[in-house]
Every structure is written in structure tokens, then in C-alpha cells.
Design a protein around this ligand. Sequence first.
Ligand code: AKB
Length: 317
Amino acid sequence: MSKKILIIGACGQIGTELTHKLRAIHGVENVIASDIRKLNNDVVNSEPFEVINALDYNQIEHLVEQYHIEEVYLMAALLSATAEKNPAFAWDLNMNSLFHVLNLAKAKKIKKIFWPSSIAVFGPTTPKENTPQYTIMEPSTVYGISKQSGERWCEYYHNIFGVDVRSIRYPGLISWSTPPGGGTTDYAVDIFHKAITDGKYECFLSSETKMPMMYMEDAIQATVDIMEAPTESIKIRSSYNLAAMSFTPTQIAAEIQKHIPNLQVTYKPDFRQKIADSWPASIDDSQARQDWNWKNKFNIETMTVEMLKQLRENVYK
Ligand code: AKB
């Protein structure tokens, strides 16, 4: 019998593509998608889908028992920009959903957990270029503080209770099928949509703000790979640095202009500039490459070609 998997937050930017990928690998009936709301999309319509509140331990426990779940991917979270507007709720959601899942594993009701961390765990005092796996971490955002605390708890539950929890510090993720929501790196998705629909884009960050980014296909592959890796190769139980490319708004605009020469980009930084300024510009992910053979497939050129192709073929037909 194939193992049963529960994805919490399956309708979000990562959750949607992760659900498709895991269903392709394990079979649709073995991957239970869940979210706080029932959207009219493939993830929901292809079933199984359950409405669930990630803050309700009993609801999660009930689903785990009902479907004999072995693995949980906890993708529900408030991202950096939204979290700054609603700090108390962000802390509640980002921390307590994690505790619920960690406690289910501690009670031996599930066997394995995936929990996403972020480059937001780093802060203004962290070395900015080639940020090491182990370094100064003084996050200055609510989201970053929650991810940093979450990492500590993951490692603690692994060391003290033997919980098999695995995690990646995702950079900004670029995807065509589901929009991001409430992040600081979201401009790198918005710019593609606006390039196609309007031929112009007003960026909410300044032109030279360099941040680490990754195409969604790579991020999903990394997620599957870290979860499938043998236990002994997962040497870090807080969260792994992960990288693929780094660019500024000017650089991504120039890359898109190779295909849409008339694209015009203007810059009007808002409150998200301060968040971006506190994050690394590039990441050293050699530990993930060494421990579980992480390799990115996409760089800025190939990602741009793929984004424009997919958006034109599937979204703006
Ligand atoms: C955000 O911008 O908040 C996220 C992240 C880097 O974790 N995309």
C-alpha cells in the first residue's frame, strides 16, 4: 500500500504545485490536499480535498487518523509582507500550526514532516553575499522571527523526541500557475504578468535590490528530494540553505526585455524595501548539495524563457 500524505495549505503558491507533483508520484488518492478555503482549482476539484484550519489541532489529528496519514507537508503560513501588517496572527499561525504537526509526530501519529523555512531567517547583521549555512541570524521581521524560532523547534523536536522533520530555507519562488501572496519577493512574479499584459511594471522595490530566487520546479524537486533522502544523509534538522540564482529588479527586467523589448519598468519602493534590505543577496547552499545532492536546473535565462512560455500558453492564451 502506498503511503498517505497530507498537505496543509495546498492551495497556496507552493502547495498547489507540490500537490500536483506528489500526486503524480504517489497517486491522486494517496495525497490529501487541505486548505482553509475551498477554491475552484485543480487541487480541490481532483480530490481528495478537505477544508481544515491549520490552527486546530483536533481537525488535523482527525484527518491524520481518518486517512492513516504518514507524512505531513505544512505549507500554511503568513509571508513577510502580510505578517508585518498582522504580527500577532502571523506569529500564531506560523508557530502553532508547526507545534500541532510536531506534536503529532512526537505522539507517533505521523512519521515524517516537511516544514518550509525561508531566507527571512537572516537579518541585517548577517553577511549579505554567499550567506553561509551557519552564521549570524538576527531576523528583523515578524515572519523571519517566526521562521527562525520554528527552525529551533524543529531541531529540538528531532534531538529530544526523535521527530523526523526536514526543512529548506526557500528563496523567493517564481511560478506561473499560482500567484504568490504577501511576500517581498513577489515582484519577481508580478513583473512577468505585467510584462505580458501591460508592457509596463511599477516595482515596489528599488532597482538594485538583489535577492536570492528560484524557479518553482526546482523548489518542488528540492522538496521531494529532501523528503526522499535517506535519514542518515539529513545532517541538518533546523533548515538547509538552498539557492539557484540571485538578481536585482534591473537584471530581471533586462532578461525579460530580451523577449519583450518594449517592457518599461519604474520603481516606487514601499514598506517592503526595508524587509528586502534585511535579507541576503546570495546564499551558500553547499551543504544541501553535499548532503542530499541538491542541484538546480534553472538559471535566470532558462527560468525567464520558461515563465514567458508557460504564461503565454496557459494563462494569457
Ligand atoms: C517572502 O517574500 O516573504 C517569501 C520568502 C522569501 O520567504 N517569498
